[in-house]
Design a protein around this ligand. Sequence first.
Ligand SMILES: Cc1ncc(COP(=O)(O)O)c(C=O)c1O
Length: 363
Amino acid sequence: MIGMSTASALLREDLRAFGGYSSARSTAVRGDVWLNANESPSASPADAEGALRRYPDPQPQALRDALASLYGVVPAQVLATRGSDEGIDLLLRAFCAPGQGAIVIAPPVFGMYAVCAKLHGARVIEVPARDVDAGWRSELDAMGDAALRDDAALVFACNPGNPTGEAIAIDEIERLARRLHGKALLVVDAAYAEFADADDAASLLAGNDNLVILRTLSKAHALAGARIGSVIAAPELIGMLKRCQAPYPLAQPAVQAALAALAAGALARTRAATSQLCGERERLRAALSGVAGVRRVYPSQGNFLLLRFADAQTAFDALLAAGVVVRDMRATARLGDALRISIGTPEQNERVIATLARQRRAA
Ligand SMILES: Cc1ncc(COP(=O)(O)O)c(C=O)c1O
């Protein structure tokens, strides 16, 4: 154990000598007639140029380079994934023995950590976040205690939190990462980091081999349909996850879309749109805080607001009648009166404000 990285110490025993699937695209060979992958020699009628005839590169270097540059790390620290959902799944597969492992989460929180754990037979240890005057607070010390007590391999910190909107201070993350060194991986899910005032856990990677960061192009980069996420971590850990990944996780059109979105001009437009959205979030928050029947609007560092209502059903129905579909959170523990509203265009946000204000007047 001494001198061993946290990932090596935690990798499933039965995967230590596992090389993963060796695909036709993962072996470096040269030639001009490619007959090694049982692909079609002719193009599909649906793909006149034959761009999709071949299996795609499992990890296109241009994409890894662009993602690394975006997130301020080196390409060896990046695994491109089929959305960050896939990153969560890979972490469970690599570090939790089926039917035996455990993870720690701080509900209310994004549901996929528990879903992936369930599918994998891993135990989910819940350390509920606290609902305090300033908003939601994940209890990182208690999460650390739980992980150490129950031998959990993975601790998920959603930052910014979905659906809470919480921002966890970077020094708290650093303290927990240090505490878990050698014993558990701290996974910071930064899907909404672009909307937050302060980023950036990536600066902590150098001193913490057990820190894993999840990023995605689905939110600020507006490519949810392309399914491109990233796991960012020490190169050794990236290699372990890669061996657990499907042979061709990234569809070619999705890679093209991602590369276009990561070009300099597109990135500048994305940054401007993100900043405008954050302005809208604060405008919507201020406006809805003044609406009768809205009990609480939590501060948010994401692209959404979490609200409590005197009568959430009536608010949900009124929005639906006005054509506005929001996320009903009422089945989630401690959110029995809550809805989550994604920030839309200024016009869409206006419709939300007008509908909720009108509905209350009519009541
Ligand atoms: C906190 C969080 N992490 C991850 C995801 C999954 O994102 P992706 O589209 O990259 O799979 C979401 C999606 O809503 C999310 O809210």
